[in-house]
Design a protein around this ligand. Structure first.
Ligand SMILES: [Cu+2]
Length: 71
């Protein structure tokens, strides 16, 4: 299991964070996700066999937000 902390742009309120949390939690391989509007980022616990960072970022962007993978 791996943890990814990913910066997110475009959240306006706690509702946005909840929306993203929902998108992440249905992604295959994601075991847990917590999104903070205040911090502008998500912490995602995932199984690297089932999903990778690119797909996690894509799940966030499906909601209309911008995800920035750590360099
Ligand atoms: Cu919002």
């Amino acid at each position: 299991m791996k943890t990814l902390v990913i910066a997110i742009e475009g959240m306006h309120c706690d509702g946005c964070a909840e929306t993203i949390q929902g998108l992440l939690s249905v992604e295959t391989g994601v075991k847990a996700a917590s999104v903070s509007f205040k911090d502008g980022r998500a912490r995602v616990l995932y199984d690297p066999v089932e999903v990778d960072e690119t797909r996690i970022a894509a799940a966030i962007e499906r909601g209309g937000y911008k995800a920035k993978l750590p360099a």
